[in-house]
Design a protein around this ligand. Structure first.
Ligand SMILES: Cc1ncc(COP(=O)(O)O)c(C=O)c1O
Length: 415
């Protein structure tokens, strides 16, 4: 018999295999100082494009004050226990009420984390008779939720409505045999490519097929739609979304998440989601602070307006300079270059050390082999000057990449 730890020595996985070279610099970097477009990395100020602080609320003085006041009043422990047993409060219920009103759904359930909330909601909503149809580029939390599913699932090519329809034909046939139903799952905004899920077209398919639609709108909530209520609002099909999920980890700049749906579905989830029944409720500062954040999103459209101004300037400028930014139609801004993993590390090192620009770098297996993706997240608190500096720096490193300056065998190593 083997020791289960034995294989961990030589099987670190596709990301872990770079751990020795990358740790602390390319992976697990430490950004220090107040959250914002200028943060320190290894003691030096960098122009930072790597945080999902879309609306700039993370350290807005009013948000910091709401968090701090609630921490002073309640501490971090309150409420103790899961919502169902001893961890409910008027504030939790008020936040649910405010969120439901904002996203135009009859009811909302709070979740203590987005990732495990989605896993657990999928687990609760479907049984082995049900069939799932889902987008190929779905977030890990959707994929992992589906791992718990004992029934069948059919994947459709990313954002390909024709293929979605094909899979719906198969799913419908199967569900008729098993006596189950069909659930379609997609994202509102895909966090890597920035493309929007084709929600409106998927909702249209309800005219031909019987199914329910689950949308993970982690990147769309707060950033998309006239009021910021998300991608369903943006595309004019919020009513067609049966289960609307978003996290507080991005526009809301906090921790936690929520699901909006009918009163009956939410009641069912309250009594059947294992991640909520068997885990501690969100701490009070996060709940009271989230009420404040939501009020600001609702009443201060300038945050979203600034975000859109910056994202249009950034994407327009990059395109004008000849960069390939893929198919994004949202603030998520991927810059797609061609090169090896060592080239990606040398380019990123140059960008960080010599141009003082910090952004995320994404390589295989997250993107295809030979592609380097630099991912920029514009926020409401970036400036047009930040955009200009960044585009100039990108032009410079791209010409070095093209001329072979970063062509090395080994990854950039950092002491
Ligand atoms: C699309 C998507 N779904 C779910 C999550 C998970 O949310 P949380 O960070 O609240 O666990 C994320 C990342 O935050 C995400 O990008």
């Amino acid at each position: 018999m083997k020791d289960i730890f034995e294989k961990l020595h030589d099987k670190m996985g596709p990301l872990g295999m770079h751990a020795d070279d990358a740790h602390g610099y390319f992976t697990f970097p430490k950004l220090e100082g107040p959250i914002g477009p200028k943060m320190k990395f290894r003691g030096v100020e960098k122009l930072n494009w790597s945080l999902n602080n879309y609306l700039g609320l993370a350290n807005h003085p009013d948000v910091m004050k709401a968090d701090a006041d609630a921490a002073t009043e309640f501490g971090m422990a309150y409420p103790m226990g899961a919502r169902m047993m001893s961890g409910n409060s008027n504030y939790h219920e008020q936040l649910e009420h405010d969120l439901a009103e904002f996203i135009q759904k009859p009811d909302v359930i709070l979740l203590n984390y987005g990732y495990q909330g989605v896993v657990s909601a999928i687990d609760a909503l479907i049984d082995r008779h049900d069939v799932v149809v889902y987008d190929a580029e779905s977030h890990a939390c959707i994929i992992d939720g589906l791992r718990l599913h004992l029934g069948k699932r059919f994947v459709y090519k990313h954002n390909n409505v024709e293929d979605c329809e094909k899979q719906l034909v198969r799913a419908t046939k199967l569900a008729e045999e098993t006596g189950g139903g069909v659930l379609v799952i997609t994202e509102g905004v895909f966090g890597m490519s920035g493309s929007q899920g084709k929600l409106k077209e998927i909702v249209e398919l309800k005219k031909k097929f019987d199914f329910r639609l689950f949308v993970d709108d982690a990147h769309g909530f707060g950033t998309m739609g006239q009021t910021g209520a998300g991608t369903g609002e943006e595309q004019g099909c919020q009513d067609g979304i049966d289960v609307y999920f978003s996290t507080f980890a991005k526009s809301m700049a906090g921790i936690g998440a929520f699901i909006g749906s009918t009163q009956h579905v939410i009641k069912f989830l309250r009594y059947n989601m294992r991640s909520q029944i068997y885990a501690k409720a969100l701490p009070m500062p996060m709940v009271v602070g989230s009420i404040k954040r939501l009020e600001m999103i609702r009443t201060q459209p300038e945050h979203k307006d600034n975000l859109w101004k910056i994202f249009h300037a950034l994407q327009g400028g990059l395109k004008e300079a000849g960069f390939n930014i893929g198919i994004t139609t949202t603030p998520v801004t991927p810059v797609l270059l061609n090169g090896t993993i060592p080239e990606a590390t040398h380019l990123t090192f140059d960008l960080r050390e010599n141009y003082n620009i910090f952004c995320s770098i994404v390589v295989y297996p997250v993107v295809p082999k030979g592609v380097i993706m630099l991912r920029l997240i514009p926020t409401a608190v970036h400036t047009l000057e930040d955009v200009e500096i960044t585009i100039n720096a990108f032009k410079s490193v791209k010409s070095k990449l093209d001329s072979g300056e970063y062509r090395k065998e080994k990854l950039a190593t950092v002491s």
